[in-house]
Design a protein around this ligand. Sequence first.
Ligand code: HEM
Ligand code: HEM
Length: 529
Amino acid sequence: MGGESAKGPMGHGPDHRARHPAERFADAADARLPLHDGGGKLLRKAFPDHWSFLLGELALYSLIVLMLTGVWLTLFFTPEMREVTYDGSHVPLRGVRMSAAFDSTLRISFDVRGGLLIRQMHHWAAIVFLAAIGLHLLRIFFTGAFRRPREANWVIGVTLFVLALAEGFAGYSLPDDLLSGTGLRIAQGIMLSIPVVGSYVSMFVFGGEFPGEDIISRLYAMHILLLPGLLIGLVTAHLILVFHLKHTQWRGPGRTNGNVVGKPMYPQFMATSGGLSLIVFGVLALLAGLAQINPVWTYGPYRPDQVSTGSQPDWYVGFLEGALRLVPPWETNIAGHTLMWNVLLPAVVLPGLLFLVLYAYPFVEQRLTGEWHQEHHLCDRPRERPVRTGLGVAGITFYGVLLLAGGNDVVAQSFHISLNALTWVLRVALVVGPVLAFLLTRTVCRALVWKERERLATGDESGEVRQSVAGGYESDHRPVEKFRPGAPRTPAPASPPDQSSLLSNPDRRPGPRTGTPSRGHPERARRRR
Ligand code: HEM
Ligand code: HEM
């Protein structure tokens, strides 16, 4: 027996026994699953080493926290609107009639062990998730990572964004407290503003007159089944495309449009990303433990004859609320039907247009710039695309003004200013702000590029000053080191600036780019004298 096992039936006995069990397991798995072909490549995939590439992962990990905490919440949440009398441990609300949904939210908060922690973790994760998606989108936009061949991933991304907003709104409505009920009331007002079919849409969604008895269970099905299913499916497709198309990367030594330079997936990237996942988990748990969020017991149950005051929606819905507050009370009466522009424009037309622009942007930009047929794998530096960067900053300004307007009552009260005056200032800012932001950003980008070209042409100041016999001073320049010292490969020198425009301006004429004695840049030399 001993001899046979030492040799082994295949004659590889001693090797077989000497090998680590993990290695044997890997071999056994490899013989049965396509691990070597698929996994081998996967483990060697290169990940660019730049923090901005972790924003997508931040979104991913907060989504995972949402799924985990969400599933836990389903164990205790009752998605029903039937009326019950509260008799839980939160004394101020004892004896109050409320929906079973609100009752179960209170029980999760006060009676289920660890319930408040997990509920708050779920809510904080939702806030971080949407912020991470927003920042990730901006990274993709400003670096041009949406260009060919990644347009499909951009389209999937925008869809993920829409789904996440819907998921957040549905979740926020579930507890059926005064705040979430007010949000639902606004949603119903928006439906009613849709011409011709508005009242039918509202009846259809609420199962009759507002609020009806169905909306919470319908939102529940959307929140825990339909939308998460779509989110998971699309995130999977999104990540498969990221792997298939490879990452974009910042320019640098050895990086071309045809390669990706970075950390391999295993072990370096896994360590970074695993660390990030633990940080996300830890920070969310810490926030949930220390920072109160959505204390529904202070608002009380929803009653259609009451509205909540002094409350704010979650930040990601704030821009819609702001838009509703800014549009003046415009109405038109056509053949006995009233068109409520003040609701239709901000809550239906504006978000529709916003997402249409987002969906279409990569295609429009590539058509206009004529870059339709080129593949782009290197990130643009935002300054080198002044128009795109200007448009992005204009969009952020537009969004920022709307967000501020969503809290105009809070701002007016905190700073003791007139609410009406503030609303008018914000209305003007909404129109003028983005235009100014675009012009300013475009100018700053062009100036930054020009400054860099000038530096490339004239070199860096060496720090040495020479005094002429006549008493004048000149500073020396040395050529710019275009990449970090110690970089593995020497890149091709950058092309010099457009000579014709330089020659037309004597102050911008380039000095010599060697390290030999130089008179330097005339303008700077003059300033030193
Ligand atoms: C993108 C994903 C998600 C987002 C943005 C999100 C957002 C939210 C928000 C903001 C709330 C209100 C929390 C509060 O009461 O303060 C909520 C409640 C809830 N969510 Fe989610 N959620 C997500 C995914 C999920 C998933 C995957 C599940 C379950 C499978 C889930 C189950 C629940 C339940 C049961 C509640 C009601 C419990 C309560 O409010 O106390 N969620 N969600
Ligand atoms: C649930 C939300 C999302 C998750 C979990 C997610 C996750 C990721 C991850 C992990 C990456 C690779 C790392 C990186 O480049 O950051 C990535 C890349 C990408 N994402 Fe997302 N993303 C989401 C939403 C979005 C949105 C809203 C957009 C744009 C509208 C978008 C567009 C892209 C594009 C174009 C890439 C490829 C970028 C490149 O190769 O450099 N994603 N995403």
